[in-house]
Design a binder for this molecule. Structure first.
Ligand SMILES: CC(C)(COP(=O)(O)OP(=O)(O)OC[C@H]1O[C@@H](n2cnc3c(N)ncnc32)[C@H](O)[C@@H]1OP(=O)(O)O)[C@@H](O)C(=O)NCCC(=O)NCCS
Length: 177
């Protein structure tokens, strides 16, 4: 089913609604706190919301600054995708997919080289995220859930270390097989 929503950039009045969506989607406050802290720290790059008919906010996706430090002082400008959240009663209707596709487009338009995500491979592979592409990166989140999408072909060919904003330190990471 296609998403019956409009995706647009976050506006200041959206902040409490985003908190509510993210906390309900994850069933805890840690990810909602992460969104607030990334925004407050100036690390948020792209925040999009999904608006249903009638104006209700039903989903959000956030991309934050994620430099990848390579050899010889080389830095690749990437983004971390986290979190992606859809109101529980609206899940399974294509809204997460619409947010992910719009977010990838927005990051590409900003000239970012890559997007990194830690999540369920079954969900993120459909957008082109790959654990194999991320394998050359040193990260605090190793394993198959650690995936990358190159927006500039070959951007992640060289090895590097992903430098997560401090806010991520407070978030427990879910295990994926
Ligand atoms: C994950 C989430 C954002 C997906 O949003 P959504 O609007 O429900 O997703 P869509 O309707 O676009 O689903 C697209 C597909 O992904 C699948 N899918 C949804 N959630 C999934 C999950 N957690 N793991 C694997 N697949 C998932 C759906 O079954 C659907 O598959 P299909 O196209 O083969 O039918 C949403 O379920 C959510 O907010 N979950 C709680 C928070 C969370 O886990 N966020 C992701 C962190 S990595």
């Amino acid at each position: 089913m296609s998403a019956p929503v409009v995706v647009r950039v976050e506006q200041p009045g959206d902040v409490p609604h985003i908190r509510d969506i993210v906390a309900h989607a994850f069933g805890q406050r840690a990810e909602a706190d992460l969104v607030d802290r990334l925004r407050a720290d100036g690390d948020a790059l792209v925040s999009l919301v999904a608006v249903a008919e009638g104006g209700e906010l039903v989903g959000q996706i956030l991309f934050s600054r994620l430099p990848i430090a390579g050899s010889m002082g080389r830095v690749t400008e990437a983004a971390a995708l986290a979190p992606l959240a859809v109101r529980p009663e609206r899940q399974g209707m294509g809204i997460g997919t619409a947010l992910a596709k719009a977010g990838i487009k927005a990051c590409t338009a900003r000239g970012l080289a890559a997007i990194i995500v830690v999540g369920d491979p079954k969900f993120y592979q459909r957008f082109g995220f790959s654990a194999a592409v991320a394998r050359g990166l040193r990260s605090p989140y190793p394993g198959n859930a650690f995936m990358a999408l190159e927006l500039k072909p070959g951007a992640l060919r060289a090895k590097g270390t992903v430098c997560y904003p401090a806010a991520f330190g407070a978030v427990p990471v879910e295990e994926h097989p």
